[in-house]
Design a binder for this molecule. Structure first.
Ligand code: DQQ
Length: 494
């Protein structure tokens, strides 16, 4: 079974067994990166969630650490799960702030770690916040963004105000244990944009993450200096990650713009980020499955962690992301392909199409298009197509489209399209596509589109470039990517 599962990624982080979802406690301490994650080590479904833990010194290869948190006994506030949260440094003491789950009830809890972060002790006084403020009619109460400011702690907890929209509730504390409710930092409007829109803000915000936008290439006006990232949720449905650009000051966040963080929608869900020693904003997101629960259960694993992303402001001040440059260390066997007009087939003996990094520089005249088909099988006709279209109106953004209509002959996998706008100057675009078995990460001028694809043909490793005559593809740089485990990562169910 799982060892031979051809859909299991080889250079993305996956859990050693069972189920993985959100990134938690994303941080760097004494030079070491820590990635905790929502984890069910027993089976590949979301149930009795633990905190898994892995460490890395290079953001590329990972070493498993012992499970950090597991659900408490029948009377504990976290008897049904230790849900998402963060890791902070409390004057030298590593401290986790997480959501305790018992039945449907949600509260905030803490645990302190040994200096090596391998042993965790839950606070006997948990929960430290028993639930949402009694006078608010809330939709859910979970996930945490915690920071130090002006000599005290502040924290946001994701929630929704019934009849209004998603929100982040602001609290403050001197000691991480006793918290004072301040108020909603900002409240979304669940009626605008409309439900179903790709930037619908949902009725509840999961995994709120507030940070100062790293300036990157832009001069940031103060009214757009902060980003509040959240994942729009409604009635048990995980919709998509969004962010507000705005200004955080005092007890409020004044939004200036609402944007989509990743055009893959729920395939890059519940991201969490931290500032590392290089001053980068490093972000991880959860690549959900696009196959059925039964298929994941049969495989014995579910969920992939994204490559770490370096997130900063693009030239227009909006967030752009790219895999951290450390990922390039996995590149092998550089191939430069001179594209031909029309169709170019990449030589499968020179690039491993199941596991590769592809970079294209393209200039699209108005009306031009280019598409890169990956995971192509001539036998089954399967192909996953990444496409860029330039509208006739030269002032409009490019359209980035992921077409999975022929991605798999398995009717049980998600084939819905994904798309979003890509800003450009005179049609110039750098397109980067990373394929890792079923995991796909696409970046076009810094706009990300993440998804999953599950061809049935084990030999679906073809790479084909097609373009219209008005498209100029100057070059294709292609690399096979190394495994980060020695061979496929074996499952080690507990
Ligand atoms: N996943 C966690 C929650 C969070 C959700 C539970 C987002 O804390 O709201 O596993 O995917």
């Amino acid at each position: 079974r799982a060892e031979s599962d051809r859909h299991r990624p080889r250079f993305h982080f996956t859990s050693p067994a069972g189920w993985l979802n959100d990134a938690n406690g994303v941080s760097q301490r004494d030079g070491v990166y820590h990635l905790f994650y929502q984890y069910n080590p027993v089976e590949a479904r979301h149930h009795r969630i633990h905190w898994g833990h892995a460490t890395s010194t290079d953001l590329v290869t990972w070493e498993d650490a012992p499970i950090a948190l597991e659900p408490g006994g029948p009377d504990a506030p976290d008897s049904d799960g230790c849900w998402s949260g963060v890791l902070v440094d409390d004057d030298g003491v590593p401290t986790i702030v997480y959501s305790a789950r018992r039945g449907e009830s949600e509260s905030a809890a803490i645990a302190v770690g040994s200096a090596d972060l391998r042993t965790w002790t839950k606070d006997p006084a948990n929960p430290v916040i028993a639930g949402p403020p009694a006078d608010l009619d809330t939709v859910a109460f979970r996930d945490h963004s915690v920071w130090r400011e002006d000599g005290r702690w502040r924290q946001l907890i994701g929630s929704g105000l019934r009849g209004q929209g998603g929100t982040a509730l602001l609290y403050e504390s001197d000691d991480l244990r006793s918290w004072r409710y301040v108020g909603p930092l900002v409240v979304g409007d669940a009626s605008d944009p409309a439900p179903g829109a790709p930037d619908w803000t949902g009725t509840m915000w999961e995994c709120v993450d507030l940070f100062e936008v790293p300036a990157g290439r832009a001069e940031l006006p103060p009214e757009r200096g902060h980003a509040l990232v959240f994942s729009a949720w409604d009635e048990g449905v995980t919709h998509h990650p969004l962010y507000l650009l705005g200004r955080y000051e005092g007890d409020t966040f004044t939004p200036a713009a609402l944007r989509r963080l990743d055009y893959g929608g729920r395939y890059f869900y519940a991201p969490q980020s931290t500032t590392d020693d290089h001053g980068r904003r490093v972000m991880f997101g959860w690549l959900q499955e696009g196959r059925s629960d039964d298929a994941a259960a049969a495989a014995g694993w579910s969920g992939v962690m994204s490559l770490p992303r370096d997130v900063s402001a693009g030239a227009d001040g909006e967030l752009v992301s790219a895999p951290v440059r450390e990922v390039e260390a996995l590149r092998r066997d550089h191939v430069v392909v001179e594209p031909r007009p029309g169709t170019t087939v990449l030589d499968p003996t020179r690039v491993d199409g199941r596991q590769c990094d592809l970079v294209l520089t393209v200039t699209l005249a108005p009306g031009a298009w280019v598409e890169l088909a990956v995971l192509v099988s001539e036998e089954s006709g399967e192909q996953t197509v990444v496409r860029l279209d330039r509208p006739q109106d030269p002032d409009l953004d490019l359209d980035l489209v992921l077409d999975r209509s022929a991605a798999s002959v398995d009717p049980g996998v998600d084939a819905t399209p994904r798309s979003g706008p890509v800003p450009h100057e005179d049609g110039a675009v750098t397109l980067r596509v990373l394929v890792d078995r079923s995991a796909l990460e696409v970046f076009a001028n810094g706009r990300a589109l993440t998804a999953r694809s599950y061809p049935e043909d084990p030999g679906a490793d073809g790479l084909v470039l097609r373009s219209s005559p008005e498209a100029q593809v100057s070059s294709i740089d292609a690399w096979s990517m190394a495994d980060i485990w020695s061979g496929p990562r074996e499952l080690r169910p507990r």
